[in-house]
Design a protein around this ligand. Structure first.
Ligand code: PMT
Length: 412
């Protein structure tokens, strides 16, 4: 079941040109299974029509403070209480000023004054208006009042100027909305995650690699971020948009991944050490013993060619060996037969706390797919098998398992 299924989202729409992007936010939320209630301000309705909002939301638009849908009903109170989340997009300078002052002169601001649950604002305005001390004061006040902010971003604006003030993109608003609704069980924790393939060059034009797309690692990073963790994401070459808020550490070779991951694991940042590592990356076990400086030429008389390979360092084994007793290490095992037996042997050999075993020959499992089938095993013989699930859900379950183990470690 999708995360958004059955969630009720009120989307407040201020009077700014970025209102057109809110239509895409509504479309995506509905597509994901959420119920969406649009609440435009009168100025918002000059940028997007009631008919468009109604068609996209698949239900009525609430715009008038003094015209409740049912006799005796208070729209602003009911909506404020029933919504799982209120998103304000675009949050214009005027709308935020009225919110910060506690005004309630239209349905949206009245609803926001009655609101006690999670609220997310996506500011959008001209850069001069955004950087004005009055706007910055209002934003600071709203943050203090518990309103989360997403954006604004820098870039070209509808007014013809360029700078900070552009409303965040719909995908970023949805991700921020999801984080606003996820319990922050990992707040204050720092996670190291590896993802994607590595590349080992033979010469300037060829390299050895594997089929990893980075999806499993990306979903793991997103799940950890949503749960409130700080995430260092060490990744090989992948073609995926960066998970918002992750500290990205791109590498190419297994040697670089080893050095970068080890540094993150051993060096505290701002006085904080890593609490856990989840190594989803498909790391090359071997690299060419020598990288040729020029393209290797085809030898016409030689039907065969032999490569000498040298073993790469094992990052999982090293991180596990250097863990301080409080830190938790979870590896992944890509197996192609006798998965559980080989997984158990791998966990013992590498010395990690948990190992997520996936048989990459099973349909819908492993490299490149949107789904995975995982059996999670622990040191003491503990194991849990999960059915075919979206990688997003595999990642969430993994994060919950690590959270539980971290809790046990920190109790003792
Ligand atoms: O990226 P996707 O397309 O979403 O695919 C996901 C995946 C199949 C890559 C992922 O689910 C997975 O199985 N990752 C581990 C792949 C792998 O290299 O497995 P392994 O059994 O060879 O290695 C075991 C563990 O040791 C892994 O955690 C690996 O990161 C680690 N390792 C391996 C070699 C090495 N030199 N250093 C390591 O740390």
């Amino acid at each position: 079941m999708s995360f958004w299924n059955g969630k009720q989202i009120v989307i407040g729409i201020g009077g700014g040109i970025a209102a057109y992007k809110s239509l895409e936010v509504i479309r995506r939320l509905r597509e994901a299974g959420a119920m969406v209630v649009p609440v435009p301000t009168p100025a918002g309705l000059r940028f997007v029509t009631e008919l468009t909002l109604q068609s996209l939301a698949g239900g009525p638009v609430h715009g008038e403070l003094m015209q409740p849908r049912q006799p005796g009903e208070m729209d602003h109170i009911r909506l404020a209480r029933e919504a799982d989340l209120v998103i304000i997009a675009p949050a214009t300078a005027d709308l935020m000023a009225r919110m910060a002052a506690g005004q309630a002169d239209d349905l949206l601001t009245a609803l926001l004054l009655a609101r006690r649950g999670p609220t997310l604002a996506a500011p959008a305005m001209n850069p001069a208006m955004w950087s004005h001390p009055a706007t910055q004061r209002n934003v600071a006040r709203l943050r203090e009042d518990g309103v989360r902010m997403i954006g604004p971003e820098s870039g070209a604006l509808a007014c013809g100027e360029s700078g900070e003030g552009r409303m965040a993109e719909p995908a970023a608003i949805l991700e921020a909305a999801r984080r606003a609704l996820t319990p922050p069980i990992l707040a204050g924790r720092r996670f190291l995650i590896t993802a994607g393939p590595t590349r080992e060059e033979l010469d300037p034009v060829r390299f050895l690699t594997n089929h990893s797309s980075g999806k499993m690692g990306w979903e793991t990073a997103l799940a950890a971020l949503r749960a409130g963790a700080e995430v260092d994401l060490v990744h090989g070459p992948v073609a995926l948009p960066p998970p918002p808020g992750a500290r990205l550490l791109p590498v190419t070779t297994a040697g670089e991944m080893h050095a970068t991951a080890l540094k993150a694991w051993l060096e505290p940042r701002d006085g904080r050490e890593c609490d856990a590592a989840i190594l989803t990356a498909a790391v090359a076990d071997y690299r060419p013993a020598q990288r040729q400086p020029e393209k290797i030429k085809k030898e016409h008389e030689e039907p065969e060619m032999h490569l000498t390979l040298t073993q790469n360092p094992d990052i999982l084994a090293e991180l596990s060996a250097r863990a301080n007793g409080r830190q938790v290490v979870c590896g992944f095992a890509a197996e192609t037969g006798n998965a559980l037996e080989r997984g158990r042997e791998k966990l013992a050999r590498k010395g990690c706390d948990l190992l997520a075993i996936n048989d990459v020959t099973a349909p819908g499992c492993g490299f490149g797919s949107a789904t995975n089938i995982v059996t999670l095993i622990g040191r003491d013989g503990w194991q849990e098998s999960w059915p075919l699930l979206p990688k997003e859900e595999v990642a969430e379950r993994l994060i919950r398992a690590l959270h539980a183990l971290l809790g046990q470690r920190h109790q003792t």
